[in-house]
Ligand binder design. Sequence first.
Ligand code: GLC
Length: 734
Amino acid sequence: MKNTRLTTLCLFLLVGPALAISAGIPVYLDPSKNIEQRVEDALSRMTLEEKVAMCHAQSKFSSKGVPSLGIPEIWMSDGPHGVREEIEWDSWNPAKWSNDYCTAFPALTCLAATFDLNLSLQYGVAVGEEARYREKDILLGPGGNIYRTPLNGRNFEYMGEDPYLASKMIVPYIKGVQKNGVAVSVKHFALNNQEVDRDRVDVEVGDRALREIYLPAFKAAVQEGGAWTIMGSYNKYKGQHCCHNDILLNQILKKEWGFDGVVLSDWGGTHNTKEAALNGLDIEMGSYTNGMTSGTGNAYDSYYLANPFLDLLKKGEIPLAVIDDKARRILRLQMRTNLNPNRPFGRFVCKDHSAVARTVASNGIVLLKNTRNLLPIAPGKYKRIAVIGENATKSLTKGGGSSELKSAYEVSPLDALKAMYGSSVEYASGYASGNPTYGRELKPSQNTGKLFDEAIELAKKSDLILYIGGLNKNHLQDCEGGDRTQFNLPFGQDSLIHKLLIINPNIVVVLVGGNGVAMPWLNQVQALVQSWYLGSESGNALVDVLSGKVNPSGKLPFSIPKKLTDNAAHFYGNQSYPGVNKKQTYFEDIFVGYRWFDTKKIEPQFAFGYGLSYTQFKYGKPVLEKKSIQAKDSLTVSLNLKNVGAVDGAEVVQLYVSQNKPSLVRPQKELKAFTKVFLRAGEEKLVKLSVKVSDFAYYNDKLQQWSLEKGGYKLMVAAASNDVKNVLDVEISE
Ligand code: GLC
């Protein structure tokens, strides 16, 4: 008897749930069904009101699910360098929770400077785990906009001036985040390349520049990265706001590129119901800075894609197919995220994430000058080291706008320098940026001669000066909502550096920022480092490089001009930047960054792709597998690379392509492949660079299609855009 009962019990335990499942669970909740089946089933169960309710915010950072069907809300968070602190339901105010102190990862310009695809994947996985753990369904990033002007307040969130570098580096980050069942929102689509008048400037740009420069990162994000959401930008293109722009969203993104995900508006980027309904917007966010109940019910109900949209649908002025397409896309997003029972559970503020942050940071730092080998600084070599500059202590994870972070910790450069060099280190701020909003800043009133004099006094009694300055995340610096108004360093730094040089030529200058700056003191400075907003591990990563624990291997993801008007956007005056009467014309067209410097034969202060090492690399003669190739081919360039110095290091070998006789004007060269190679001292490796011949094409704006011309091309193996080591000739035969 006992056995029979036991057998029955076992049978029930095994079979019971299966029966329950096949009998009870609806298709839309059944993970064994394919996503499209589940989407259609959910859609068939929804009312019109429920569909419309999904298409707009219900709070500052969430949108409605379908409560009657058990379909959850969608929760979003900035992005892109870490998970932003919790924000109040109806305002921009911090919610002051205690469980949202995150890992602050380096700014994406630093990631781009690593030229390391594997690090981009590690970064995406780690920040995606943090977003997942904080139960976010969409992480609002990465940024795919292009570094057109060194004044843009948000360049630190983007991946530089070159569309190929940006389109390669953005893909692994996206895959890493979405592996966690968290969607990215690639932003800001498109042409949001400045902060001045960002919400209304109407950008006029040629089709070639749009296709060859400003869209490639977004196209790669969709077609290679599989991005689940895209965020429209505030500005206009061809007179239409980009959050509901027929050409960008309907024709290019959804039709031509086959994007099956969701288009979010930027917060406050929606301006018209019919355009929002018909021009590709799927979820309207942030249209009202407060959701406080306005007289007639909840303000969210009066969003453009709320009641006004519902009314037009009910009147038949907008076809029901329009709302069904939006609802399908949103449901598909949910099947990929919060309705995916197999997604992992994430992790938050753990050693692995700190390690990723530190590695990305130290591998992104760029050594620009080291003439007397002042670097690296061996512990004990100097009796007294004067650390001067506010960025040695200022918190740089705070500020900057929506990407600011409430980090669980932040190691400052000064802390790390003291840990490395002990009592030989003494500090003087030297200047104050005067923005008490973000913590430890000194007040503007303190930005007087006193700070300057203290720094000079300290320098006089020191053997080495370590200057750590640059830009910061204050308003009108590297910060959302405004651009810098000058190319030179702010807060009197140039005169401070000049004064310090007179006192002691043993000075290492470290510039922290997301943009290039003027360097009037460059000829006298012996050692110069371009650093970035490095996040929680800032100090550790910087000292890893300054001490030689890590051999610098970063390369500039943008050109640094000697003067602002050498930069293409500033060559053509106000209509080009920042625009006149809210109209802006990209006169430079496709000649952005090194493309401009090459064509105009202007020597930049430092070139795209440039970066030194504590060792040296010898480039062998490159070999091309075959000289005559066809359009359908890929070609591989191989060369021996040797580390001929005394320390291990990594080099970024770059391949640029140039067409000999194009039928229309083209840049002198364009980056089409790169690879980062780690070599021990004395080690030699065979390096291979592969490139698809189809990547040699240009966008023919007359034919509105990509064109690849037969004939001769040059392949340039380079260590930087202005440091070509070898050139190979190749013929495209058909
Ligand atoms: C901001 C930004 C966008 C951010 C969003 C939410 O205005 O432009 O990048 O994700 O609003 O904070």
